[in-house]
Design a protein around this ligand. Sequence first.
Ligand code: AHR
Length: 517
Amino acid sequence: MVGRVEAPNSKENGWTKLVIEDRDPIGSVDSRLFGSFVEHLGRCVYTGIYEPGHPSADGDGYRTDVMELVKELGVTTIRYPGGNFVSGYRWRDGIGNQSQRPRRLDLAWHSTETNEFGLHEMAKWLDKLGGNELMEAVNLGTQGPQEALDLLEYANIPSGTALSEQRRANGSDAPFDIRMWCLGNEMDGPWQLGHRTAQEYARIAAITAAGMRQIDPDIELAVCGSSSHSMPTFGSWERTVLEETYENINFISAHAYYQPVCNDMASFLASGTDMDGFIKDVGSIIDATKAQLKSSHDVFISFDEWNIWYQDAEQSQTPKGIGNWPVAPHLLEDIYTAADAVAFGDLLVTLLRNVDRVHAASLAQLVNVIAPIMTVPGGGAWRQTTFYPFSQAAHLSKGGTVVRSLLTGTGHQTDKYGVVDDINAVPVLCADGSLAVFAVNRSLDRSNRLTLDIGPTGSYKTVGMTTLHEEDYTLANTVEAPDQVLPRKNGQVEFLPDRNMVVAELAPVSWNVIHVG
Ligand code: AHR
């Protein structure tokens, strides 16, 4: 952002110019950027993706109405099975005869885990979806390296060992061939079962990584970074963990959730500012570690939990008590507004602008739990407002390249981030040669005239725009009214080929997709 003209108190329309710089790429969009996350939490698995007996369930109990929505969403990789859940999970509970699997206490979410659904069921579901990639997390909370090594042997060794033969006997002749593994979850968080200091975690992660690589040298490993940018240990945690594990890992994770604090909508809509700073800070620590170790190896960021989450409202709903361990309770079932979809879009734009650093990301989570897809047990499934920015960006960006751009324009004041640009935008050169620009107007009250300088227009002939915007930005989709908030075709866009320009009017609090083809 350069040369911002500040007009914070003006009611006049804002303006923004986005100059696309000679198609110079920031990086290609890794398909893993559009991953999501399925945790054994609330109704994400049970009555979410899996509900035997549901009218839409197939012979394996998978809800086909949900599968159709997952495909439409455009999700790629699925991180599984947690989350906080994984830090107390015994993976062996979830294999073998379903009727004989143990019921266990899930301490993370104060629930009962029936283990009806486990690794085989997840792998089969992904196959049915069309071969989506599984990103498996291992328990480094209550378990350690041996259980992780056993799980890797069970999953990836073709045959001829006790564990690989057990997998085959359990119905999966071919190995699952899982490429990407998370070494624990949020181990920096005091709430995490098995929470450790950075040094303690770094040693266990290093030992586990080295052993896993001995079994399968080509797997990709992600160590835990910080659970949020604001963790008191942020920075020193990353440095310690990277120093100890650097050569044996491929990713360090980052997690971030945003919500309006004290109804400060202006800051909330600019949440990408914090996420961008988080990515830049972790990137600097990766670079410093690489230099210090004189390494030629590269480590990237796996932003493997991100979303809007009304965490403050949730805490009071968590069931407690020695006798209260429900199966698949209603937890974290946030309903998202139009404003939430715009803040969410701001995060998506931020992830795309950082594709040189972020090679994997997981929207947390996929169904029912802070999710773009909601279900009614025994009933229908519907799309939340956040479904749309994700699916539009996923479908248009896959196989594409993020090109460099220079943004100039009006800004406004926020309590948390000072003056921010009214518009946050990113151009993506799509796989088919067309150009998509994802643009968020973060201003609460000002429209903004966005001028795209797209350079030599080549074969471009047409432009189209869709906008997600509601006069009342608190409007949400619900089971009764599932299609209230949608991106709609917006004619307020013009292609000026003589001047290599596209001009669009962006409403306040809006998510926009401009597509030049
Ligand atoms: O996604 C919900 C929870 O948020 C995950 O279980 C945990 O990793 C994070 O704190």
